[in-house]
Design a protein. Structure first.
Length: 320
């Protein structure tokens, strides 16, 4: 993922959500709408989300050290997970609490035109934020569907912002539903129902983001397309006979670890093997630029269906 593209989407979302949150709190104070308060909390959670994503991105750029020899790339996953579990969950639970309280202790809305105006303006602003996220995502989405993009993206920023903006627009529609029907009917139950719908929406988003970022935290390997490119890069030259086995792991959104045991010809000298390994590494990096950490173990492939090799066979291992 382009860092500038992710930062651009985050910045657009942060500016929109900060302004909208302030406006929503004012509208809530003037009107007393529970839906308006739930939406204000929603926008605060969204703005906090962007701050954490920015902070996580900065932390992830720290140089590797003895304690973290592979660097801090997964910091971005950690902060995205914190966003999902804490901000959205707490925001959702708070909104549900407000909705239940409004059902038990109803009170009429005042100056209802204020929240309606704010909601209409917020829908326009959130649409611009979503448009930016969609535009930046399309640059790297390729032929993937949106569901595939969210599920397979290794950089969490754009999928998080996309889901957040979609949830924000749906939340605004729910709030407009609650406030609008309350104004038309005079029944404040609709305002409480809108608040409950916003709370449920936030919790659903928290669950989806939590599941996706958990998978990244546990560790994901290269996708099928990149695996194919890596295998082709290893075997496209005359150096290696076959890949005995290979494993990949994303150390961060932009850094892929490739570890493979490769079968070489039995009559090759040590210098030839070392040169071949370097050539293969260059091809792999050209094919998949994210493959920055590569460990190749030369070996002599022995067909398990044949008899064991003679005891004096030379096996070269551990050469980097």
């Amino acid at each position: 993922m382009s860092a500038s593209g992710g930062h651009k989407a985050i910045l657009a979302a942060f500016l929109a959500n900060t302004g909208i949150a302030v406006t929503k709190f004012i509208a809530w104070l003037v009107s007393g709408s529970a839906s308006m308060l739930a939406e204000a909390v929603h926008s605060v959670a969204d703005a906090g989300n962007q701050l954490l994503l920015f902070f996580g991105g900065r932390q992830a750029k720290r140089e590797a050290d003895r304690e973290h020899p592979f660097g801090y790339g997964r910091e971005r996953y950690v902060y995205a997970f914190v966003v999902a579990i804490i901000l959205f969950s707490l925001g959702g639970l708070f909104s549900i609490y407000e909705g239940v309280d409004k059902l038990r202790n109803p009170h009429e809305l005042t100056n209802a035109w204020v929240p309606l105006t704010v909601l209409a303006i917020a829908i326009v602003l959130e649409s611009f934020s979503l448009r930016t996220a969609v535009k930046e995502s399309n640059k790297i989405r390729g032929a993937q569907t949106w569901v595939q993009f969210v599920r397979r993206a290794k950089a969490p920023e754009l999928p998080v912002v996309l889901l957040e903006d979609i949830a924000a627009l749906l939340g605004l529609v729910f709030a407009l539903f609650g406030v609008g029907l309350t104004v038309l009917t005079g029944n404040t139950t609709f305002d409480a129902i809108g608040t409950l719908m916003i709370g449920a929406l936030l919790i659903v988003v928290a669950i989806i983001l939590g599941i996706e970022t958990k998978s990244l935290l546990v560790g994901e390997g290269a996708n099928e397309a990149d695996l194919g490119r890596i295998e082709e890069a290893i075997l496209s030259g005359p150096e290696a006979e076959r890949i005995i086995h290979m494993k990949t792991l994303y150390l961060g959104p932009d850094e892929l670890l490739v570890a493979a045991k490769i079968g070489f010809h039995a009559d090759q000298r040590l210098q030839q093997v070392a040169t071949a390994v370097n050539v293969i590494e260059r091809r792999v990096r050209d094919a998949v630029p994210a493959a920055r950490v590569i460990y190749l173990e030369p070996d002599i492939y022995v067909d398990p269906n044949l008899h064991a090799p003679p005891t004096d066979a030379i096996v070269i291992k551990g050469l980097e």
